[in-house]
Ligand binder design. Structure first.
Ligand code: HEM
Length: 502
C-alpha cells in the first residue's frame, strides 16, 4: 500500500468511527447491560458483497452472535437457537417487519401479510391460515402441481430424446409460477409454452417488479429515484401498471362470475381468490394485495429449492438412485409407465411413504435455503437468553444459510450433503427444531405455505425422477449463488436428462 493510500484509508476510518459514535453515542458503554461484541461494519459487508454469505459464515465461526455497526443502527446477527426462539416465539411482539420493510415493499404488496405487524398481521394470518388448511385447497393444488409437473416432464423428455442440454432453474421458475397462479388466481398462465400473451406479460412484469423491489434494499437512493421516476424505479412503476391491469381485470371478472354462480347456488371453486370472494371478501385492493403476496411467496422459493435439490442429486448419484427406488416402491408403478401414469399414482398416502425424499429436500434446504437471510426490527430494548442485550431500533438477523454450515449445530460433517442425518434408525423422519433449521422461520410467523411447498416439491420430484435420470452438463463444474434476497443459482442449472429404463 502506498503512503497516500494509507493516509486516505485512515481518514475514511476516522470519519466513519466519528459518525458511528455520533449516532450510537456511548450507550453501548452502559455498565448495567452487556452488548454483543462488534465483529465489523457494514462497509466490510460491502467489500465482501460478491461472497457475502461466506463472509457471514466466517464471522459466525468466530462468534455465535455479534454486531455490525452501520451508519444508522446496530445490526445484530445470531446463530444461537435459544436467541432465535426468543425472537420468533417467546418475545414475538417485540420483533417485526417495522416501518423500513413496509416502506420498501408496500408499493408492490400493499398492506398484506408480508408487510405488516401487530393486529393487521394477525387478521391476515387468521383468514389465510384457514384457506391454506382446507381439503379443497389440498386437492385443487395437488391437481395443479401434477398437470404442471407433467408439462415440465414433457419438455425434459423432448430434450432427453434429442440429447440437448436443459436449463432446469428457468424451467422450474416457469412451472412453479404456472402452478402457483393456477392455485391462487385460478388462471392458466402457461409461461412454460408461452401460449397466453397476457399471462407472459404479467409474468415478465412480476419478475421485473420483484427485482426492482429487492434492489431497493441495496440502493439507498431509491426514494429519490422513485420521485424522479428513473432507472429501476421507472421499471417498477411500469411493471406495476401491467400487474395491476391483469389482476384487477381478473378480480372483477371473478366477482361477477361468482355472484352469478351463487345466485344459482352452484358449486364452489378451488382457487384461493375465488375462496376469498365466496367468503364475501370483495374489496379489490385487499384481494390484489393478498394474491400477489402468495404468488411472490410461492413462486421462486420452491423453484430455487428444486434447482439446488437436482444439483445435489447430480453431485450424489447414489442419492438420486435411492430416491428413484423409493418413488417406485411408494407409487407401485410398473417399469416403463408414462409420465401421466406416474403423476396419477401420486397420492397423499404415497407421499407420506417418501421419507428419504423428504429427508433429501430438508438437506437441500439446510444447505441452500431459498431465503438465506432473515431480518427483523427490535421494537424495544431487550435482553436475550445468552445474557446480552439489544436496543430499540436494532436490526436483528439470523441466517439459515450460515446456520446450515455450523459444526456446533450439525456436527463435523455440516458442509456435507447427507440426507441420512434427518432419519432415525427405522428410516423415519426425525423432528428438528425450527429455531435450528430456520429455512421456513419458526414461531407464530412460520411460513404459511410450508406443507403446500413440500407437496409441490414431492409431486415434481416423483414425476421427474420417476421418469428420468439427470447429470450435470459440466460434470466437473460447480455452481454458485447470486447475492440476492433469494438464493438463485448464478447462470442457471444445466443438465442432461435420460429416460429411465427401470
Ligand atoms: C421451499 C419453499 C419455501 C420456503 C423456503 C419458504 C420460506 C419462508 C420464510 C423464510 C418465510 C418468512 C419470511 C419473512 O417473514 O420475511 C415465509 C413466510 C411465508 N411464506 Fe413461505 N416459503 C416457501 C414456500 C411458500 C409457499 C409455496 C407459499 C404459499 C404459496 C408460502 C407462503 C408464505 C407466507 C404467506 C408467508 C408469510 C407468513 C407470515 O408472515 O405470517 N411459502 N416463507
Amino acid at each position: 500500500m502506498r503512503f497516500t493510500d494509507f493516509v486516505f484509508a485512515a481518514v475514511i476510518a476516522v470519519i466513519f468511527v466519528a459518525i458511528i459514535i455520533k449516532i450510537h453515542g456511548y450507550r453501548f458503554f452502559d455498565k448495567k447491560r452487556k452488548y454483543h461484541p462488534v465483529a465489523g461494519t457494514v462497509i466490510h459487508q460491502l467489500f465482501n458483497f460478491h461472497r457475502l454469505l461466506e463472509y457471514m459464515v466466517d464471522l459466525t465461526i468466530q462468534r455465535k452472535t455479534y454486531r455490525l455497526l452501520s451508519f444508522i443502527r446496530s445490526e445484530v446477527y445470531t446463530a444461537n437457537p435459544a436467541n432465535i426462539q426468543h425472537i420468533l416465539a417467546t418475545n414475538f411482539p417485540n420483533y417485526g417487519k417495522g416501518w423500513y420493510h413496509y416502506s420498501v415493499m408496500s408499493d408492490f404488496l400493499g398492506d398484506s401479510i408480508f408487510t405488516v405487524d401487530g393486529e393487521k398481521w394477525r387478521h391476515h394470518r387468521k383468514t389465510s391460515s384457514y384457506q391454506f388448511s382446507t381439503k379443497m385447497l389440498r386437492d385443487f393444488s395437488s391437481s395443479a402441481f401434477k398437470s404442471n409437473a407433467v408439462k415440465l416432464a414433457g419438455v425434459v423428455s423432448d430434450a432427453a430424446i434429442s440429447n440437448n442440454v436443459i436449463e432446469m432453474q428457468d424451467l422450474f421458475m416457469k412451472s412453479t409460477l404456472d402452478s402457483v397462479c393456477k392455485v391462487i388466481l385460478g388462471v392458466e398462465l402457461d409461461t412454460m409454452c408461452g401460449t397466453y400473451k397476457e399471462g407472459t406479460e404479467f409474468s415478465n412484469a412480476f419478475d421485473e417488479v420483484s427485482a426492482a423491489i429487492m434492489y431497493r434494499y441495496f440502493n439507498f437512493l431509491w426514494k429519490i429515484m422513485r420521485f424522479l421516476n428513473i432507472g429501476s424505479e421507472a421499471v417498477l412503476r411500469n411493471g406495476l401498471r401491467v400487474i395491476d391491469e391483469f389482476v384487477y381485470n381478473l378480480i372483477r371478472k371473478k366477482i361477477e362470475e361468482i355472484q352469478k354462480l351463487q345466485d344459482n347456488s352452484t358449486v364452489m371453486k378451488g382457487d384461493i381468490l375465488s375462496r376469498f370472494i365466496e367468503l364475501k371478501e370483495t374489496d379489490p385492493k385487499y384481494l390484489r394485495d393478498i394474491s400477489l403476496s402468495f404468488i411472490l411467496a410461492g413462486k421462486d422459493t420452491t423453484a430455487i429449492t428444486l434447482s439446488w435439490f437436482l444439483y445435489q442429486l447430480c453431485k450424489h448419484p447414489r442419492v438420486q438412485e435411492k430416491i428413484a427406488q423409493e418413488i417406485r416402491e411408494a407409487t407401485n408403478v410398473a417399469a416403463g409407465s408414462t409420465i401421466d401414469e406416474l403423476a396419477a399414482s401420486v397420492t397423499e398416502e404415497n407421499m407420506e411413504k417418501m421419507q428419504y425424499l423428504h429427508a433429501a429436500l430438508n438437506e437441500t434446504l439446510r444447505l441452500h435455503p431459498a431465503v438465506p437471510v432473515e431480518g427483523k426490527f427490535c421494537f424495544a430494548d431487550d435482553t436475550w437468553p445468552d445474557g446480552f442485550s439489544v436496543r430499540k431500533g436494532d436490526l436483528i438477523s439470523f441466517q439459515p444459510y450460515v446456520m446450515g454450515r455450523m459444526k456446533f449445530l450439525w456436527g463435523d460433517d455440516a458442509e456435507k450433503f447427507r440426507p441420512e442425518r434427518w432419519l432415525d434408525e427405522n428410516g423415519i423422519l426425525k423432528k428438528e427444531s425450527p429455531y435450528k433449521f430456520t429455512a421456513f422461520q419458526g414461531g407464530p410467523r412460520i411460513c404459511l405455505g410450508k406443507e403446500f411447498a413440500y407437496r409441490q416439491m414431492k409431486i415434481y420430484s416423483t414425476v421427474l425422477l420417476g421418469s428420468h435420470s439427470f447429470k450435470l452438463a459440466d460434470q466437473n463444474g460447480s455452481v454458485k449463488y447470486k447475492t440476492m434476497l433469494t438464493l438463485q443459482i448464478d447462470g442457471g442449472m444445466h443438465v442432461y436428462a435420460s429416460q429411465r429404463q427401470n
